[in-house]
Design a protein around this ligand. Structure first.
Ligand code: NAD
Length: 484
């Protein structure tokens, strides 16, 4: 396969919060990878803007150190690093005051794409958006990128949308959900809508149920204060799991265009039924050996916030009525794994009798730690001895067929930043999608808050609370094993 790196137009990318954790861990190493791949124009500039006092040389040192720390050996040893660093600049900027803004405006070139990445807390979105226009940095063609969390409920999300809309048109706003930037997520759309094979079966007549698991082994880390006010529902389900659910469940858009795709995703969120109380399982991890409990980690012995949640959801539409969607996500679980599994129904009749056993197809889409897609297919166990059937995974990533280039795909952040420069919003959340997701999330949270529901304890390194297993067992189903 021939590499198809298509260079993007010349750009000035300003990263607000350019010295922060996300910028150092993901955004800047990602941009360097695109530079190495030959996708960044020679004159493109990346301008860090943050509170810390430093000059451009100081910023280059910070970025070089970040690439060494987070980019892995392969990246940090690339000989292109000095050239990349020359494309970096820095302006000390106060998002809440006037300091640095004139200098920043003076740095911007005309006739190139201008993009502003807000890698800062949402409390600064309104201040920055306002100054981008009042200091003349943004024009009608500029793009603004915002990070999660996009609000903590419908009201705050609406307020953020409103603040951004005062200065930017929706077509200029890029709300990042990095799950959408994953190669496999896009491959899911290619498999669904590029083949005749799957779509006729993609409904409740042939699909028994769908599972979405996002399991983490880490705890709340240094984010305890934020996390305890948020919990797994707000931090993971409202955005990442909801987006995955939308892509799995949506109707085929008429074309692969930002609004056509996002219109279909929005319809999925609007078709979600209210969730019954016994279809919600919340959990908190307990202490184990040297490892602290959730409550110790967040330093709140009376916390009722969930570090795990499992849900059984139903969609009220023709395609999915009768096919449940089971979602679960949690911290300190058995392994780090993000996976979607589409479990097809058993064949209506087995011609092989008892000897053949019960078999069905499963399409499994892995997003983390490794990306991949497998389809379990039932075949005859080779050799003599009758018609014994066995399920074998068919590798749908076809890495061998596509050659070594297939392994060399950009990571989610890299791809999404390049999409911003290209002006392609397909893989970004639209304002109404985010609000619809909160409209669905808020009443669920209110429901358990009204009952003062206490999360169920679960062991560190487990699959979550026993009740989450029961959520499926009661329906005669079981979760797919979490494998890292
Ligand atoms: P951080 O605290 O490490 O960095 C914040 C950055 O904002 C710093 O560069 C700081 O100088 C700058 N800043 C703060 N106040 C400022 C002001 N008044 N004026 C100018 N600059 C100011 O935070 P982070 O972890 O990099 O996260 C940034 C955003 O991205 C947050 O909204 C976070 O929720 C989100 N996010 C982070 C991650 C991650 O892995 N770190 C992942 C997903 C989303």
């Amino acid at each position: 396969m021939v590499s198809r790196v298509i260079p993007v137009d010349d750009f000035d990318l300003v990263i607000f919060g350019g010295t922060g954790d996300l910028a150092r861990r993901k955004i800047l190493p990602g941009l360097f990878r695109r530079f190495c791949a030959g996708q960044m124009p020679a004159d493109a500039r990346i301008i860090g803007a943050a509170r810390s006092e430093m000059d451009s040389d100081g910023f280059r040192t910070l970025v070089r150190d970040a690439i060494i720390e987070f980019g892995g050996d392969d990246l940090s040893s690339r000989r292109e690093l000095p050239d990349f660093l020359l494309q970096l600049h820095y302006v000390t900027t106060d998002a809440r005051g006037d300091g640095g803004w004139k200098e920043l405006a003076a740095q911007m070139r005309s006739g190139v794409v201008r993009a502003f990445y807000l890698s800062v807390g949402p409390g600064l979105f309104a201040d920055i958006a306002e100054r981008l226009t009042s200091f003349g940095l943004a024009d009608a063609a500029s793009r603004i990128v915002v990070e999660k969390p996009f609000g903590r409920d419908l009201e705050t999300a609406r307020a953020l949308n409103h603040d951004l809309a005062k200065h930017f048109d929706e077509s200029q706003i890029y709300r990042i959900d990095h799950y959408l930037g994953k190669e496999t997520v896009q491959n899911l759309m290619a498999v669904r809508f590029g083949n005749i094979l799957f779509e006729p079966l993609w409904n409740s007549q042939y699909i028994d149920h769908i599972q979405i698991t996002v399991a983490e082994t880490v705890g709340v880390g240094g984010r305890g204060g934020y996390y305890d006010k948020s919990g797994a529902m707000r931090d993971m389900v409202q955005n990442h799991l909801m987006q995955l659910l939308c892509l799995i469940a949506m109707e085929p858009p008429s074309k692969f265009d930002p609004d056509a795709v996002r219109d279909e995703k929005l319809k999925v969120i609007r078709a979600l039924d209210d969730v019954e109380t016994h279809h919600i399982v919340r959990g908190q991890y307990s202490a184990h050996g040297d490892m602290k409990s959730y409550r110790q980690d967040v330093e709140n012995e009376r916390s009722f916030t969930e570090s795990f949640i499992a849900l059984k959801l139903q969609l009220s539409n023709w395609r999915w009525a009768g096919t449940p969607f089971y979602l679960r996500t949690g911290k300190r679980m058995k392994a780090r794994s993000s996976e979607i599994t589409v479990v097809f129904k058993d064949p209506p009749h087995s011609i092989f009798g008892d000897e053949g056993g019960q078999h069905h197809n499963e399409l499994s889409i892995q997003l983390q730690p490794n990306e991949g897609m497998t389809l379990d297919v039932t075949i005859k166990e080779p050799g003599p001895g009758g018609m014994r059937l066995v399920d074998v995974p068919l590798d749908m990533t076809f890495a061998d067929a596509l050659g070594p280039e297939a392994d060399d795909v950009p990571d989610a952040y890299e791809r999404l930043i390049m999409d911003v420069i290209r002006g392609n919003q397909t893989l970004f959340m639209r304002g109404d999608e985010v609000e619809a997701a909160w409209s669905w999330t808020d009443p669920l949270i209110e429901k358990w808050q009204a009952r003062s529901d206490v999360p169920k304890p679960y062991d560190i390194g487990s699959n979550g609370p026993e009740d989450a297993l029961m959520l499926m067992h009661r329906d005669g189903r079981r979760w797919r094993d979490i494998k890292g």
